[in-house]
Design a protein around this ligand. Structure first.
Ligand SMILES: *[C@@H]1O[C@H](CO)[C@@H](O)[C@H](O)[C@H]1NC(C)=O
Ligand SMILES: *[C@@H]1O[C@H](CO)[C@@H](O)[C@H](O)[C@H]1NC(C)=O
Ligand SMILES: *[C@@H]1O[C@H](CO)[C@@H](O)[C@H](O)[C@H]1NC(C)=O
Length: 638
């Protein structure tokens, strides 16, 4: 099914027409069958890895609600909590920045983002790694987001170094103890970042295993509380959360512990024991996570007999879904504040000229939803069309070259239609430049791509874990997108798509159908078709997504791809050696992977190349070069 919303029975179509998405020009939201939220006594809404997508997905109807809609949504959900005498808390686990024009297109970056983001009342918030790669981004966090959220911002293992005094202080308080509004439940909350080492030198990340030994932490976990809430920019399956869980559980055998994670860009949930629950809520503001806990939460009631029940939902950021969960409609849903925030976003997008089109994409190019190599793969397009044209250095024009591109440098699909300024930041938000090592023996250079694509294996064979030999970074897969970590480890390969020829599978008749806004009544006539989207299978089960979807296929892509320029075409099954092949080539790559390329060269028998051998190949960032290529090669208008 394409990007256009399918018409699903007359009741649905009527609804779709009346529900305008918040940003002008955004795709109309799509109706779909829904699963309800299950409320408990303590309830949470969770965002993570929003990466600047606060305007929503203008080209994808399933996720086209914006931050203003989320402000309205949270308002109505809090009102419901107040009416029912339960509590609702909002959580955000970082990577709010980098990855969308709304953040990246201004100079300095984030000129509009900080004021837009702060309009949401987030109760517990922490930093991700993307807040820390560049010193000025970490400064922005220190100067704006931390004061904007005051006591709600928690930095359990993160320090900030003042550029003037050189003084190191916690970026925010280490933990937070507070009472919920309606039930006066005591909450002790922490805010962690995984053991990140790529941060700029104005911050310090303490490894989690050290933090849990700190006296302040040991005191905090002995505070009297009804529940512990650990938020973190950490995947829920990652060791860091397990270490924190074990430390808290050791001191509190019975208290419930709730975890909110992120970083891995997936919908995921798990339990560490019967009294704990952990949720991760996807990426790019596609998902608003939901968690609830029910049971006798007051600690005076705590005994080995008290049982808690937990639920989770992954809410598609779809305006119709937000209406559905609040029981409201296009007229009653938006609050004045929410409308104001949507208006702030519209004017920021317009000031940044984010809708300016460099050209018209003739087709959709997928990051991982089409097989690589293949005509619909963004990496095949880069390898065949773009890299040979943009990796050009006039002074080296006669030298054949291998151009290596790490796939993690592309973050999102390119949709058929206008390729806008916004899209440049969405597709490639980084400032990576193309660098090169001149005159590398071809026999050595040709081995580099294979080594990079088997980097995990290199680590194992080099014995670098035990300290000998050259070492790859602890997780060499960071060359690819974080989603690939999961794709590699599970079976999202090629899910069967039944009935695809009919435009998608029909609804299972056993499924309790609750069409959006239709109050559970089945539409007459044909049964609705499903839209493509998340069909999450986590440790809890297969019922996590709030919207019933037809599955999307995901494919594994390698760490790196390579364009060969000025070399004879590769012959299937033959070693590209001798014959017409040059003795030496220029090895061109993105500066981001320099350390890995140097190690790979050493493994390839190239001896000791150093950073000193690496020179700039082309002026400008890869993103600028790609936009320039599109301007020259794609039609200006659609
Ligand atoms: C951090 O790095 C910058 C730029 O490389 C350098 O000028 C500065 O002295 C460094 N600061 C510290 C505290 O090491
Ligand atoms: C809690 O669960 C256990 C095991 O299922 C059960 O035996 C016990 O009766 C439950 N306690 C309450 C208070 O429901
Ligand atoms: C919304 O914006 C209007 C116009 O700027 C302002 O008067 C009003 O106070 C704002 N309302 C809220 C709830 O933010």
């Amino acid at each position: 099914m394409g990007l256009k919303a399918a018409v699903i029975g007359s009741a649905f179509a009527a609804l779709a027409r009346t529900a305008a998405a918040a940003q002008p020009g955004a795709a109309e939201p799509v109706p779909a069958p829904m699963r309800d939220l299950v409320w408990g006594r303590l309830n949470f809404l969770h965002t993570t890895d929003t990466h600047g997508w606060h305007a929503g997905h203008l080209q994808e109807p399933q996720y086209s609600a914006d931050w203003g809609d989320y402000v309205s949504f949270a308002h109505h959900m809090r009102e419901k909590a107040d009416r029912d005498g339960v509590d609702l808390l909002l959580v955000d686990t970082g990577d709010r920045v980098e990855g969308n024009g709304l953040y990246d297109a201004s100079s300095p970056k984030g000129e509009y983002y900080y004021d837009i983001y702060r309009q949401q009342d987030v109760d517990i918030i922490c930093s991700g790694n993307h807040e820390l790669y560049i010193a000025s981004t970490a400064d922005g966090e220190h100067r704006y987001t931390v004061p904007n959220f005051k006591e709600n911002y928690i930095a359990s293992n993160l320090d900030y170094i003042d550029p003037e005094s050189g003084e190191k202080t916690p970026l925010a308080q280490r933990y937070r103890k507070f009472q919920t509004k309606n039930q006066k439940l005591d909450v002790v909350a922490f805010g962690f970042l995984f053991d990140f080492t790529g941060n700029a030198n104005n911050t310090v990340v303490q490894p989690v295993r050290e933090t849990v030994r700190e006296p302040w932490f040991q005191t905090a976990i002995r505070e009297e509380t009804d529940v512990f809430v650990v938020i973190g920019h950490v995947g829920v399956q990652m060791l860091e959360f397990k270490i924190i869980f074990r430390a808290i559980r050791k001191a509190n055998p019975l208290t419930p512990i709730l975890f909110f994670g992120g970083h891995v860009h997936i919908r995921d949930a798990t339990t560490y024991d019967a009294r704990s629950f952990a949720v991760a809520s996807g990426r790019y503001f596609e998902t608003i996570g939901w968690m609830s806990i029910d049971g006798e939460l007051e600690r005076k009631a705590l005994s080995t007999d008290t049982n808690f029940s937990f639920t989770r939902r992954y809410i598609d950021n779809n305006l119709l879904g937000l209406h559905y969960h609040t029981g409201l409609d296009a007229n009653t849903f938006p609050t004045e504040h929410g409308r104001n925030v949507s208006a702030m976003i519209t004017s920021a997008r317009s000031a940044l000229d984010l809708d300016y089109a460099f050209g018209c994409a003739p087709q959709t190019f997928w990051l991982s939803r089409a097989p690589y190599p293949g005509d619909d793969s963004i990496f095949t397009w880069l390898e065949k069309d773009v890299l040979p044209d943009i990796a050009v250095n006039p002074a080296r024009a006669d030298v054949p070259r291998l151009v290596i591109f790490n796939t993690g440098a592309i973050r999102f699909d390119i949709f058929q239609g206008p390729f806008t300024r916004d899209a440049t930041f969405i597709v490639s938000p980084f400032l990576s430049k193309m660098v090169y090592i001149p005159d590398v023996p071809y026999a050595v250079a040709r081995k580099v791509i294979g080594l990079l694509n088997n980097a995990g294996k290199i680590v194992a064979e080099s014995g670098s874990e035990s300290g000998s030999g050259p070492s790859f970074p602890r997780d060499p897969r960071f060359m690819a997108n974080p989603e690939q970590l999961v794709i590699h480890e599970s079976v999202i390969h090629e899910l069967p798509v039944s009935n695809a020829a009919n435009g998608g599978p029909l609804l299972d008749t056993d499924f309790q159908q609750k069409p959006l806004g239709d109050d559970g009544a089945k539409p007459t006539g044909q049964r609705p078709r499903l839209t493509e989207g998340y069909t999450t299978h986590d440790d809890i089960g297969r019922d996590g997504d709030d919207t019933v979807h037809q599955p999307v296929n995901f494919y594994v892509v390698p760490n790196c791809v390579q364009a060969e320029v000025g070399l004879p075409p590769a012959v299937e099954g033959k070693e590209n050696q001798g014959g017409d092949f040059p003795e030496k080539v220029d090895l061109v790559f993105l500066d981001f992977i320099t350390p890995l390329v140097l190690v790979a060269l050493k493994f390839a028998g190239g001896g000791d190349y150093t950073e000193g051998d690496v020179k700039l190949y082309v002026e400008g960032t890869f993103t600028e070069l790609m936009a320039g290529w599109i301007e020259e090669n794609w039609p200006k208008t659609c």
